[in-house]
Design a protein around this ligand. Structure first.
Ligand code: FES
Length: 162
């Protein structure tokens, strides 16, 4: 079982203090927290966060598991969300999704062996006018083709490689 470092706990507590000051922006604060914890709220993280925020763990768990942008399972550094809603679907989202999965040698829901990418389907991300679209962490990419998305993934791979 993972043990959060003192530094990570301190960072989580600092973010919790931001939330406690206003009781607003819970989603944004939790998304920032998730970046510090392998893109997931496992049991240990949930305990630390609920204590720091003064929110019961069961309530926090309900919130985390309701929204698809959060996970209780460890995920990759980059979360690829492939829109599967109708406007993207009719514009070639299926081919783009296949290209992503083939390039990374995973199936939807999987994380690559190097821990870099997790691939997920999602509903509309609000970019229907330039379908098909995906999100990689907070960045959005539109008007995609199978070739274009492979180039983007290549960039991410090179960006993080030594
Ligand atoms: S349907 Fe894909 S972005 Fe809206």
């Amino acid at each position: 079982m993972r043990q959060l470092s003192r530094e990570t706990i301190d960072q989580l507590q600092r973010l919790a203090a931001v939330y406690k000051e206003t009781n607003e922006r819970l989603m944004e604060v939790l998304l920032e927290m998730q970046k510090l914890t392998d893109n997931c709220f496992d049991r240990e993280t949930l305990g630390v966060v609920s204590d720091a925020m003064g929110i019961p763990e069961s309530k926090m768990y309900d919130y985390i598991t309701f929204y698809s942008r959060f996970s209780t399972e460890k995920r990759g550094k980059y979360i690829i969300r492939m829109c599967k809603s109708a406007p993207c679907h009719v514009c070639g989202a299926r081919e783009v999704a296949r290209s992503i999965c083939d390039y990374l040698e995973v199936e939807p829901g999987d994380t690559t062996d190097d821990g870099l990418f997790t691939v997920e389907f999602c509903e509309c991300i609000g970019l229907c006018e330039s379908s098909p679209s995906v999100m990689i962490n907070d960045e959005t990419y539109s008007d995609l083709t199978p070739d274009k998305i492979r180039g983007i993934l290549d960039y991410y791979r090179k960006e993080v490689s030594p």
